[in-house]
Design a protein around this ligand. Structure first.
Ligand SMILES: *[C@@H]1O[C@H](CO)[C@@H](O)[C@H](O)[C@H]1NC(C)=O
Ligand SMILES: *[C@@H]1O[C@H](CO)[C@@H](O)[C@H](O)[C@H]1NC(C)=O
Ligand SMILES: *[C@@H]1O[C@H](CO)[C@@H](O)[C@H](O)[C@H]1NC(C)=O
Ligand SMILES: *[C@@H]1O[C@H](CO)[C@@H](O)[C@H](O)[C@H]1NC(C)=O
Ligand SMILES: CC(=O)N[C@H]1CO[C@H](CO)[C@@H](O)[C@@H]1O
Ligand SMILES: [Ca+2]
Ligand SMILES: [Ca+2]
Length: 575
């Protein structure tokens, strides 16, 4: 008797209400697909991906069922940080093409019904930008465009930076410029000078950047490095983090209480939201704002804003990256899913990210056998699904030697420690087929090497194969159109230490259950604790090494799962 009560209480505790019936907007029902332009498709044989290449390959995204594309930066840039160092925010870099190419890409996307979202990188510009060059010379209104500060002097009278702040890419965040006899701030590379948001000119300039692209018809923005917008005006030293494995030159050596998530940042985001909402008021079409905010959960949630002053449509949910890995058990998965859902302000929309161009690939972090399971989580938990290019075919990190390393975060760390910081392994070219350079480029030298596993692992092969990561992915995207996935309630259930399950239930609709064996042993579990799930279930889609096929029967009360097996179960043979 007691046991039953425990189960019931637990079930009530973890069930989350269904979303009331209403018309969901495009950004809620779409999958967002991040294209890293340098690595997607090279159309002109210079070894670097470009806009015409993306336009050529939009058919793939349509085939996969993608509703929206987010392009990493395509703007004019010296490419020190591969486009995140922007010299002109309203022009396309010649490496990627021209504004006309951009128009063509946009028209092609419209034809296919795919929304186009751009990366907005507000924290810094390239030091090669016109703005910086004029600021260096104190030409107004550019004089205060950047965070310029007078030097300090040590006991021997040597000039030193104004405080201990560190760059994300290693070393002091301050760079001396003799021309101004001042230091400027750079939260990232020396060539990425932080813009000064205390200058009303900068605030207006960056709003004009948003207006420029909105007027050209983009469907929204993904905003880069949001926490870094403002810094402590008193320039106080940051405290030591005490992290044992961080070197004094490395960002993690400090706790970033004076350089990240300052209160003014939230206000700036709300102003940008107001700006995109004004555009929406013209034609009723939502322009989305997605925010990149690596931060503690309360600070992340605050970026949703309030009902009166909304912030982003959503801050990215990086918990499946930051809080879990291949060793996490089912209780940790349960906690992590709840960490987002339970902390999210009421009435807001969730999202699930499993990778991007800054993180080792999901297949490498969790092991290739769990890729389908992770895609099931990202696509079938409540909220928007996000996919980084290559995740749909289970691409893995490539090994890149130090001499081939081009990422400043890796180069700055040096040959001993570069593998801890380099983001090159997750940025290698997309693996289209088994022809030269995986069909990415005809060049003899691609900007990063193509992963040598491309002969086996490529999209064309996965389209041919009866069972593949790509086919699982396609089916998951199809399932997202079900009302149960769009609006159903969520109940999570760690069925054993190694088996994580969740259900999505909507009254009058077919329920969906996902069950994943995270472990390396066979597991026997029952899912009787899941409410409103019938005893007789059928497999809708299974992870690729599963011995089960679509349509196979499974009983709720007695399931045997192979190591790493992941299943989507429903109550009908077809939905
Ligand atoms: C950016 O590029 C556009 C188009 O080439 C040009 O009109 C504009 O003056 C440039 N802006 C800056 C700040 O260099
Ligand atoms: C930008 O920074 C790099 C690295 O410090 C330097 O070599 C270059 O001259 C700078 N460019 C300008 C215009 O200040
Ligand atoms: C799952 O997580 C929720 C939220 O933290 C918690 O209340 C519940 O007890 C967890 N379930 C189990 C079985 O650990
Ligand atoms: C690439 O290399 C091959 C073999 O080394 C050579 O035949 C070909 O001409 C090269 N192509 C280009 C564009 O350099
Ligand atoms: C995921 C992402 O876009 N990361 C970017 C955050 O911002 C820095 C600086 O602009 C880039 O280096 C990262 O790639
Ligand atoms: Ca090219
Ligand atoms: Ca800043």
């Amino acid at each position: 008797m007691k046991g039953i009560w425990v189960v019931v209480a637990l079930t009530l505790e973890v069930a989350l209400a269904a979303i009331p019936e209403e018309t969901l907007d495009w950004w809620q029902t779409s999958v967002f697909y991040q294209v890293y332009p340098r690595s997607f498709k090279d159309s002109d044989g210079d070894g670097i991906g470009d806009l015409n290449g993306i336009a050529d390959k939009l058919g793939h995204l349509k085939d996969a069922g993608i509703g929206a594309v987010w392009l990493s930066p395509i703007y004019k840039s010296p490419m020190v940080d591969f486009g995140y160092d922007i010299a002109n925010f309203t022009d396309v870099d010649p490496i990627f093409g021209t504004l006309e190419d951009f128009n063509r890409l946009q028209n092609r996307a419209k034809e296919l019904g795919i929304k186009l979202v751009l990366d907005f990188v507000p924290n810094h510009s390239s030091n090669e930008s016109d703005w910086f060059v004029k600021s260096l010379q104190r030409i107004d209104p550019y004089t205060e465009y950047y965070v310029w500060v007078d030097p300090k002097y040590d006991a021997e009278g040597n000039r030193i930076p104004p405080n201990n702040w560190l760059s994300e890419f290693g070393g002091s965040a301050w760079e001396w410029r003799a021309e101004r006899q001042q230091y400027y701030l750079h939260a990232f590379a020396v060539q990425q000078a932080d813009l000064n948001y205390n200058s009303p000119y900068v605030v207006e300039e960056m709003k004009n950047v948003l207006r420029f692209w909105l007027d050209r018809g983009v469907d929204g923005f993904r905003i880069d490095a949001v926490p870094y917008l403002f810094e402590d005006p008193e320039l106080r030293d940051e405290p030591l983090s005490g992290k044992p494995d961080a070197l004094p030159s490395e960002s993690q050596y400090l706790t970033h209480i004076y350089t990240q998530n300052l209160p003014k940042t939230y206000d700036m985001i709300q102003q940008w939201r107001q700006l995109v909402d004004e555009k929406k008021a013209e034609d009723g079409q939502t322009r989305v704002l997605m925010l990149e905010t690596y931060a503690p959960i309360d600070k992340v949630m605050a970026y949703y804003g309030s009902e009166e002053r909304p912030g982003g449509h959503f801050p990215f949910n990086f918990l499946l990256i930051s809080d879990l890995n291949k060793d996490s058990n089912a209780y940790a998965f349960n906690e992590t899913v709840h960490k987002w859902i339970d902390n999210m302000p009421e009435g807001r929309w969730a999202n699930w990210v499993i990778g991007n161009h800054d993180q080792h690939r999901v297949a490498s972090r969790y092991g290739p056998e769990l890729v389908d399971g992770l895609n099931m989580l990202a696509q079938l938990l409540p909220g928007s699904g996000i996919t980084y290019n290559g995740e749909e075919i289970g691409m893995v990190d490539a090994h890149i030697s130090f001499s081939d390393t081009v990422d400043p975060a890796g180069r700055n760390a040096g040959p001993e420690r570069y593998e801890l910081f380099s983001r090159d392994p997750e940025r290698t070219p997309f693996q289209w087929d088994d022809t030269f350079n995986s069909g990415f480029s005809t060049s003899n030298r691609t900007w990063l090497p193509v992963n040598s596993n491309y002969h086996q692992l490529n999209l064309a092969a996965q389209k041919e194969a009866p069972v593949s990561h790509y086919k699982v992915y396609q089916r998951l995207i199809e399932l997202r159109k079900q009302p149960t996935v769009q609006r159903g309630s969520l109940q999570t259930y760690p069925a054993s230490e190694k088996v994580f399950a969740f259900s999505r239930v909507l009254s009058g609709k077919i329920p969906i259950v996902v069950v994943i064996n995270l472990g390396s042993e066979t597991e026997h579990v029952n899912l009787d604790a899941l409410a409103d799930i019938p005893e007789n279930l059928v497999v809708d889609v299974a992870s690729i090494y599963s011995s089960r096929v679509a349509g196979a029967s499974v009983s709720r009360s007695d399931i045997t799962l192979d190591p790493k097996e992941a299943l989507v179960l429903t109550s009908a043979s077809q939905i």
